[in-house]
Design a protein around this ligand. Sequence first.
Ligand SMILES: *Cc1c(COP(=O)(O)O)cnc(C)c1O
Length: 402
Amino acid sequence: MSTAHLLPAFARVDLAFDHGEGAWLTATNGERYLDFTSGVAVNALGHAHPKVADAIARQAHKAIHVSNLFRVPEQEQLADRLCAASFADYVFFCNSGAEAMEGAIKTARKFQAVNGHPERYRIVTFEGAFHGRTLATLAAGGQKKYLEGFGPVVEGFDQVPFGDLEAVKKVIGPETAAILVEPIQGEGGVRVPANMFLQGLRALCDQQGLLLIFDEVQTGMGRTGELFAHQRTGVEPDIMAVAKALGGGFPVGAFLSTKEAGEGMTPGTHGSTFGGNPLAMAAGNATLDVMLEPGFLDRVKRIGLLFKQRLAEIKDRFPSVVAEVRGEGLLLGLRCLVPNSQLVDALREEHLLVVAAGDNVVRLVPPLIVSETEVGEAMGMLERACTRLARAETPAKRGAVG
Ligand SMILES: *Cc1c(COP(=O)(O)O)cnc(C)c1O
């Protein structure tokens, strides 16, 4: 076995896992790793959660797929529950974050078109954003390194600095349909905007007849200690994309909308072969069962706060390695003074798995079921890794990076 026949699009670490349990993964060589990557914010309930595993197995024996030609009771159930727990009236299920974003973008444009403004199709987005790898979501994200070599960039996205309300006001024109923003930028480096910024966006949308779209693909499904990150801010969107943790590890995406914003998406305007199939919905319903248990989200908040406080101690103890602690709930980041890849590698040597993000940040995204003991174990690994990196930092090198 080798990677020879895999498209070389990923720079993979030479490490493979056989199985997992909770916050732990066991490698094919038998070594155990503490997984604070969670498959990039996907495995919210950790690995091999019995409720999710059982629900998937049970459904697989009944029917994996039937198609949206027919009613899918499991889909109706998950949609009802997501709407009961959010601002939304409608849900469309798909299979990934990028696909959810595509649907969200189409819905916003369609809303303007059916409301007498077909000329309004442009969407305001933000620097540092990440919305996926399809042609339109790449254009929305606006990152040059991801767009290069893939032909003309999909038209209709206007990017301004994250957090800059004045820049948003200036860029809005007669063709603007919507504003698209992550309530916390994940890939961009766990960048948390001020509540006032999101409130300002909402006000602008209301004044100018625009829709507000939240990309909660990473921040959603309990990650920040609320079911959706925006619920902490008091600002509600018109449309929202979710995915990553929605199926507890099973690929599921969705976009949600208010009745008004979604009314233009009539039969035939959108579709998906696999989207919302019974197997995916079984995973989604089982995941939500656990997340909505009394106390689950409060526990995420509490553990997140505790972890963040302990990370602040790391920053104080290793000022040549860590410059800043960021994030909410269990979406946490360390902005590094050494290249972030060095800290990711050093932590992996300690058997703690984490993931890099933009802005020279290391993201810590443990499963939401992580225990205080496991956070304590991660702290030991962080201390050892930072001690090694701080030693390696000669006075001459210090300050050269970051
Ligand atoms: C991961 C992510 C996406 C893309 O999701 P995929 O499932 O990889 O297509 C979109 N938006 C945000 C905020 C993400 O974190």
